[in-house]
Design a protein around this ligand. Structure first.
Ligand code: CTP
Length: 401
């Protein structure tokens, strides 16, 4: 619930601005007060009347309007909120925020605020991938700006890829997480691996697996919601970026290991990725061609075991959690894997095809520790993540350090 929370919503000029109207409604349904700044470009996509009607407040548009300034200056506007949300956050506005520009009401209020800022970027896939935008986003996040999305899918411009604004309900969930009460893992740092890896055969072909990344992403989101400073190192997935985590995208197992090492030191490591065990020894640098002769043979070499490598140290996180995907003798194999890989806990899941675990939304798991095995009932991957997070928090409360 967001009762009594005051949210300043900055609506910039993107086609996704229509979703911001729904966002206002959803926030108000939960008891939040929503005050809106509509940029000049934003007003090309949604009307001030629609924004005012839904927020039941006047809409702030002009930095130099005497009435606006006398009634509510830009400083007060940004300070009276508990949270500033920028949705949609366009490449232009992110650029202004990163550069510290203040040439309209939105950018000025964003520069003047002393409150947390959450941005929901949206733009064309090429724009989002542009190094300038990525650098701006990284700079803003390093300064503490929170980000949600963008997700992948078909964009309004007709292209497909990353650039879609997070859905209103996802933004609401991120806002609720920001305001959530107890944060038992505040001050802890977590690294989570998720998704499959891709091992190149040549520039266009690769070996991968069917992992969706749902469980790993849910774990990262739950740890972050509990207050852990969370780095999610993910292989390619279609999952939306979880709120409040620092996402590092990788392709291969070796990149995943390096990204995890770069994120150390950490208190918690959760390896939920389905790492490809073997990669082609040498990827061809140009595309392999059919020349009518013998098909190429793949010579595979073993990938590093990320979990086992990080659990062996140096800099071993205090709590190391692995996942074990098994089809038979689930707990027995998980016990052996826990010892072999030197982890504290293994979350063992039955991935036999009948369970629908791979790619599905549910999971039936057993938490295998040195001194006990907990059998958890079938639940959603999100619930597994939340329960695991509660166990992690209880573990740190127990050891008291
Ligand atoms: N894992 C890893 N790096 C690898 C392989 C696995 O970090 N190269 C991690 C997974 O993220 C998971 C755990 O190890 O947390 C178990 O992975 P799993 O594939 O079940 O085990 P394997 O060691 O590959 O054993 P097997 O496939 O023979 O069961």
């Amino acid at each position: 619930m967001l009762a009594g929370k005051r949210i300043l919503l900055v609506i910039a000029g993107g086609i996704a601005a229509y979703k911001s109207l729904d966002l206002i409604r959803r926030l108000r349904e939960r008891g939040a007060g929503v005050r809106c700044i509509l940029t000049r470009a934003g007003a090309q996509f949604v009307t001030p009347l629609a924004v005012a009607s839904l927020s039941e407040d006047r809409v702030y548009e002009d930095l130099f309007s005497l009435t606006d300034e006398s009634e509510m200056g830009h400083i007060r506007l940004s300070r009276e909120a508990d949270l500033v949300v920028v949705a949609p956050a366009t490449a232009d506005l992110l650029g202004k925020m990163a550069a510290g520009l203040a040439d309209d009401l939105a950018s000025t209020a964003l520069l003047a605020t002393d409150k947390p800022v959450l941005v929901a970027p949206t733009m064309n896939v090429m724009m989002w991938a542009h190094p300038a935008v990525q650098a701006n986003m990284a700079l803003l996040q390093a300064r503490g700006v929170r980000r949600i999305g963008p997700g992948s899918g078909e964009l309004a411009c007709g292209e497909v890829g990353s650039g879609r604004m997070a859905e209103p309900l996802e933004i609401v969930a991120a806002i609720e997480a920001l305001f959530a009460g107890p944060r038992p893992l505040a001050g802890r740092r977590a690294i989570v691996t998720s998704g499959p890896t891709r091992e190149p055969i040549d520039p266009v072909r690769y070996i991968a697996n069917r992992s969706s990344g749902k469980q790993g992403h849910a774990v990262a989101a739950a740890l972050a919601a509990a207050g852990a400073d969370t780095v999610l190192v993910s292989g390619p997935t279609a999952e939306p970026d979880p709120a409040g985590v620092s996402l590092v995208r990788v392709e291969t197992a070796r990149e995943m290991l390096e990204a995890c090492r770069a994120a150390l030191p950490a208190d918690i490591l959760v390896c939920a990725a389905a790492v490809v065990d073997w990669r082609p020894g040498e990827a061809a640098t140009s595309k392999l061609k059919k020349d009518g002769g013998t098909p190429p043979a793949l010579h595979l070499v073993e990938n590093p075991d990320i979990l086992a490598t990080l659990a062996a140290g140096p800099g071993r996180p205090a709590l190391v959690v692995g996942f074990a995907a098994e089809t038979d003798d689930v707990v027995a194999y998980a016990r052996a894997k826990r010892v072999k890989k030197n982890c504290d806990w293994i979350v063992a899941n039955d991935v036999s095809p009948a369970t629908g675990t791979f790619g599905g939304d549910h999971n039936t798991v057993h938490l295998v520790a040195a001194d006990r095995v907990e059998d958890w009932p079938r639940m959603t991957k999100r619930e597994v993540a939340e329960r695991l997070t509660r166990r992690v928090a209880a573990h740190f409360a127990e050891i008291g350090s």
